[in-house]
Design a binder for this molecule. Structure first.
Ligand code: SAH
Ligand code: SF4
Length: 407
C-alpha cells in the first residue's frame, strides 16, 4: 500500500504534467513568448503530444504567417468535424500538405482493432498510443443517447484485484489530448451512423483522479470545444478523496460516480486497496462535500460478488452509507476475470439485492451490461489482451441470459 501511495505522489510531481502551452513549457523561453510547442520528435516518441494536446495558441503559432482565420478553420476542423488536417478542403492545398506532414498535428491514437456488436450499438476500439501503451474506448448507442466510455490511463496502479485493468498494472498516464481524441473519434463514428455523441464517462481504463490535471484539462476541452454540458460528463473514481475534494472546487459540476463495492473498511480494504489510504468515513465526507458544492446526484458502483458483498447485511451496511446522501446505486454483476476466482452474483440474487436496497429506501438499478449504461463494459476493459473482443461479446451474452436485467 505504501508503494501505491508513493506511486501516486510521484506521478503527480512527474514532469509530464500539462497541455502544451502550459506553464512548464513556457519556462526557459523568452518572456513574451505566449505558447511554445514541445520539440518533436522526442515529445512525439514519448507519446505525449498529439493534435488534441495543442492549445488554440499553439494552433495559431503553427499557422504563423497565414491569415488569422486559418487558425479558426483548422481548430474547427479538428474539433467540430473531427477532421484530419489533410482533409480540410477549406484550406489551400499547399497549406494542407504542410500540415499533413507536421508531426505536432499527428493523431495520438492508432486504431489496432475495432469491434462492434448488437448491430452496431456497441463499438469498442483498441488503440495503440503513439509512443507507448494501449487503451480501449467503448461507444454505446441507446434509444435516447450515445455514450462514450474513455480511458484515462494505460493500465492502473490502484490494484483492485477483481479488475482486469488493475491486474495488468500501471503503464502511464494519458495526456489530455489522448483523452479528447478518444471522444473525437467516437463522436465521428457516431456521426457516421447518424447519431450524435451526447455523454462522456471516464470509466474506461485507469483511475481518472490519479491523473487529475490531464483529466480535468480534457473535461474542460470537451465541454468548451465539443459543447457537451457538465451534466453529460461523468468522472468515476475508486475513491481518491483528495481528488474528489479538488473536483468540488472546479468550475464545472460534472457527475461523480464512486466505485464503492464494500460498505465496511475491512472488506473494502481487501477489494479496493486504496481504501487503506482513504477509508470509508473520509470518502463519504468527501462525497457529501461534493454533493453540497455541486448539487449533483451522486452514484455508487457496486460490483456484486458471489458470497462476498451480496448478503443482506451488505445491503443494510450500504444503505446506511448512501441513504443520507440520497445517492443512486448501480449494481453490476461482477464480470469474472482470469486473475480473480470469485464469481459474479447469480441473476436472481442480484435482483433480490436490488429489491432489498429499494425496500430500504435507496434508489438502485441493476445495470444491464448494455442497455442502461456502460459501466460494466468499462469494467471489463483489458487492452493487454490485444484484439480481444471478449468484453463486447460478454456484454451481449449477459443481456441475452438476463444476467443484468435492468432494474
Ligand atoms: N478507476 C475508476 C474508473 C474505472 S470505472 C473506478 O474504478 O471507478 C470501471 C468500473 O468497473 C468501476 O466501477 C470498477 O469497479 C468496475 N469494475 C472493474 N472490474 C470489474 C469487473 N470485473 N466486473 C464488474 N465491474 C468491474
Ligand atoms: Fe483501477 Fe478502477 Fe480497475 Fe480499481 S477498478 S484497478 S481503480 S480501473
Amino acid at each position: 500500500m505504501v508503494v501505491l501511495v508513493q506511486g501516486l505522489v510521484a506521478r503527480r510531481r512527474g514532469p509530464v504534467g500539462r497541455m502544451p502551452g502550459g506553464a512548464e513549457h513556457r519556462s526557459g523561453r523568452t518572456s513574451n513568448h505566449v505558447s511554445t510547442l514541445p520539440t518533436p520528435p522526442a515529445a512525439i516518441a514519448w507519446g505525449r503530444v498529439g493534435r488534441y494536446d495543442l492549445s488554440r495558441d499553439d494552433v495559431a503559432q503553427l499557422l504563423d504567417g497565414e491569415p488569422a482565420y486559418r487558425a479558426t478553420q483548422l481548430w474547427e476542423g479538428l474539433y467540430r468535424h473531427g477532421s484530419d488536417p489533410s482533409e480540410l478542403t477549406v484550406l489551400p492545398r499547399p497549406l494542407r500538405e504542410r500540415l499533413a506532414h507536421d508531426p505536432r498535428l499527428a493523431p495520438s491514437l492508432v486504431e489496432l482493432r475495432r469491434s462492434t456488436s448488437e448491430q452496431g450499438k456497441v463499438v469498442k476500439w483498441l488503440w495503440s498510443l503513439a509512443g507507448r501503451g494501449r487503451v480501449e474506448t467503448v461507444l454505446m448507442h441507446y434509444r435516447d443517447r450515445s455514450t462514450v466510455c474513455i480511458s484515462s490511463q494505460a493500465g492502473c496502479a490502484m490494484g483492485c484485484g477483481f479488475c482486469a485493468t488493475g491486474q495488468a498494472g500501471f503503464q502511464r498516464n494519458l495526456t489530455a489530448g489522448e483523452m479528447v481524441e478518444q471522444v473525437i473519434r467516437a463522436a465521428a463514428a457516431a456521426r457516421a451512423g447518424g447519431r450524435r455523441l451526447s455523454n462522456v464517462v471516464y470509466m474506461g481504463m485507469g483511475e481518472p483522479l490519479a491523473n487529475y490535471e490531464r483529466v480535468w484539462a480534457s473535461v474542460e476541452r470537451i465541454h468548451d470545444e465539443l459543447g457537451l454540458s457538465a451534466r453529460h460528463l461523468t468522472v468515476s473514481t475508486v475513491g481518491i478523496v483528495a481528488g474528489i475534494r479538488r473536483l468540488a472546487r472546479e468550475r464545472l459540476p460534472v457527475n461523480l460516480a464512486v466505485s464503492l463495492h464494500a460498505a465496511n473498511d475491512q472488506l473494502r480494504n481487501s477489494l479496493v486497496p486504496v481504501n487503506h489510504r482513504y477509508p470509508l468515513a473520509a470518502l463519504m465526507e468527501a462525497c457529501r462535500a461534493y454533493l453540497d458544492a455541486k448539487g449533483r446526484r451522486l452514484s455508487f458502483e457496486w460490483a456484486l460478488m458471489d458470497g462476498v458483498n451480496d448478503r443482506p447485511r451488505d445491503a443494510a451496511e450500504l444503505v446506511t452509507l448512501v441513504r443520507p446522501l440520497r445517492a443512486h446505486v448501480n449494481l453490476i454483476p461482477l464480470n469474472p476475470t482470469p486473475g480473480w476466482p470469485t464469481r459474479g452474483t447469480p441473476p436472481h440474487r442480484v435482483r433480490a439485492f436490488r429489491d432489498e436496497l429499494v425496500a430500504l429506501g435507496v434508489n438502485a438499478t441493476v445495470r444491464r451490461n448494455r442497455g442502461t449504461d456502460i459501466d460494466a463494459a468499462c469494467g471489463q476493459l483489458a487492452a493487454a489482451e490485444v484484439g480481444s473482443v471478449d468484453s463486447v461479446a460478454s456484454m451481449a451474452s449477459a443481456e441475452a441470459t438476463g444476467a443484468g436485467a435492468s432494474g
